[in-house]
Design a protein around this ligand. Structure first.
Ligand SMILES: Nc1ncnc2c1ncn2[C@@H]1O[C@H](COP(=O)(O)OP(=O)(O)O)[C@@H](O)[C@H]1O
Ligand SMILES: [Mg+2]
Length: 329
């Protein structure tokens, strides 16, 4: 059996600004219904990559080489006009800054309706009904009122929800979210990310999540690609990238990630937990248990298997928690 075609495939993508190349040959693929996190520090080329995929590079920006495929469709080198046909409908963008991404002098409902209008939803009444549906879908209370309000009347989190409503209005197969929560505080950030998770679960949308925060990436994405100076230094399943980072830069990111331990995040984690993942990544294994099995003879019955194929490794000088309810072995 062949694997299903990824929703998006970038191959050796190169992008430059005024002849200075800043993205040097990225290759990655996003499967259907999957979240891929593109992680890297500021200036590493995340937004440039995201904009290149959407045909939205600013003045002076140019795709120098490589291929981008949307499903089976090769969209490399497409004109702006051609991109307009798929932007929103096939690939939706959730922008970074909810404040500057909305027009301050138009009610937010009108701005969401605009997306529908541009893509051929001609009937005003059904368009407006759809806007209310979308605002409700993204968790805004009282959609009727919200639709009539101006951006400044909404909180940052509410504005980001409006932008998500606009991004999903045409049910795109892929959402590109460029640091969608970096302008929001921690609690609102979590709720907005929860919303994206939920939309993904319900609609099967794929997401390219662009973030500088490795913790967010680990929480939200099945796979991570680590970007440094316009190159992917490492990519793979999140759990693997975090537990066994291969590249020194990934280890550095891990050490720098606030309040972060492998697969589990607690904003209030004490410092020894915060640094555990980074410290652990440096140490050799002291205990390696592989395929551990323990059976007990129970009189008059079949042997009882209390431990069945348990494997784990403990690095020197670290604390490994073995968690389970009473009787679990
Ligand atoms: N409009 C632009 N014109 C010229 N250079 C740019 C422009 N936008 C970004 N760059 C440069 O491209 C590189 C990558 O930037 P960017 O993609 O914005 O990184 P990130 O999103 O990871 O912070 C940086 O060196 C940045 O200075
Ligand atoms: Mg950016």
């Amino acid at each position: 059996m062949t694997a299903p075609t990824p929703v998006l495939t970038a191959t050796d993508l190169r992008v430059s600004y005024a002849a200075r190349e800043v993205v040097h040959g990225l290759s990655f693929a996003i499967a259907e219904g999957e979240t891929l996190a593109l992680v890297g520090e500021s200036g590493s080329g995340k937004s440039t990559t995201a904009h290149a995929l959407l045909g939205l590079l600013p003045e002076g920006g140019r795709v120098e080489g490589g291929r981008v495929r949307l499903g089976d469709l090769d969209i490399s080198g497409w004109s702006d006009r051609a991109f307009r046909g798929i932007r929103g409908s096939e690939i939706g963008l959730v922008p970074q800054d909810p404040t500057t991404s909305l027009d301050p002098v138009r009610p937010v409902g009108v701005q969401v309706a605009e997306v529908l209008r541009l893509h051929g939803h001609r009937d005003r009444r059904s368009r407006n009904a759809r806007v209310l549906e979308l605002l409700d879908r993204v968790g805004l209370d009282d959609p009727d009122l919200r639709a009539r309000q101006y951006p400044h009347e909404l909180s940052g989190g509410m504005r980001q929800r409006v932008l998500i409503a606009a991004a999903i209005a045409l049910s795109p197969r892929l959402l590109i979210a460029d640091e969608p929560t970096s302008a929001l505080d921690a609690t609102v950030q979590r709720r907005v990310l929860d919303l994206l998770d939920e939309l993904q679960r319900e609609d099967g949308t794929s997401i390219l999540l662009v973030t500088h925060d490795l913790g967010v990436a680990a929480d939200r994405a099945a796979r991570i690609a680590v970007l440094k100076d316009g190159r992917i230094v490492e990519q793979g399943p999140s759990a693997q990238v975090l537990a066994e980072p291969e590249d020194p830069y990934t280890r550095q990111l891990l050490a720098d990630a606030p309040a972060f331990t492998t697969g589990f995040r607690r904003p209030d984690a004490p410092p020894f937990l915060r640094d555990a993942a980074a410290v652990a990544a440096e140490k050799p294994y002291e205990i390696v248990a592989a395929g551990l099995v323990k059976e007990f003879r129970v009189a008059g019955r079949e042997r009882f298997r209390a431990v069945d194929d348990v494997s784990f490794r403990v690095r020197r000088g670290t604390t490994h928690a073995l968690v389970g309810e009473s009787g679990s072995g």
